[in-house]
Every structure is written in C-alpha cells, then in structure tokens.
Design a protein around this ligand. Structure first.
Ligand SMILES: [Zn+2]
Length: 104
C-alpha cells in the first residue's frame, strides 16, 4: 500500500529513520496524535503543535521545519504508523506486489 511505500522512501533518505520512528512511537504512545478530520491530524510535538495532512494516496506532509527541510519528520511518521496500523493490510511490506491491486 502507499503508506508502506512512503516509509520505504524514508529508508533511502540519509536520515536516522530509526530515530524518527522511535520518536513517532513515543508521540503515539503519549496520545499526542489527534485525528481532526479525514486525513488531517493534530500532532503535539516537543516544540509546538503541528498539522499533518495525509492525502488520498497515503502521502503525508507536515508544517514543521524538519519536514520542510527533509520531507520527513516524527510527526508525519507518527501519522504513517497510526494509519498503517489502522489499515487492514498493515502487514504488507512489499509495495510492488500491491501494485497489482491498482490495476484496472
Ligand atoms: Zn513535523
């Protein structure tokens, strides 16, 4: 699924993705990720509250500095984890295989 695909893109970026995931999990554990509307999440970070938006394809964006710089942040990652865990097929880890499902 697209959500998993985004996580894999993250792996190619030379950023400590594990740290991001760790931080994202902490945000989730402390219930600092609050769904506002469909695809819109309020994330209370250490330095402020950010808005993470997820589009129809599962792509997320955040309005924090980190995301602007690196296209990746713990807030967006938290939303990816959250929505992936809510998805029925969160165990699917190979995006190429799911591409078949998008065929018309
Ligand atoms: Zn952010």
């Amino acid at each position: 699924m697209n959500i998993v695909y985004n996580v894999q893109i993250g792996l190619r970026i030379s950023m400590p993705i594990n740290k991001l995931v760790e931080k994202a999990k902490k945000l989730l554990e402390s219930h600092r990720v609050e769904p506002l509307d469909y695809g819109i999440f309020n994330v209370v970070g250490d330095h402020g509250t950010y808005t993470v938006v997820q589009d129809y394809s599962g792509k997320v964006s955040c309005n924090c500095i980190g995301f602007l710089k690196y296209k990746k942040c713990s807030h967006a990652t938290a939303v990816i984890i959250l929505t992936a865990s809510q998805g029925k097929r969160s165990h699917v880890r190979k995006p190429r295989r799911t591409a078949r499902a998008e065929r018309k």
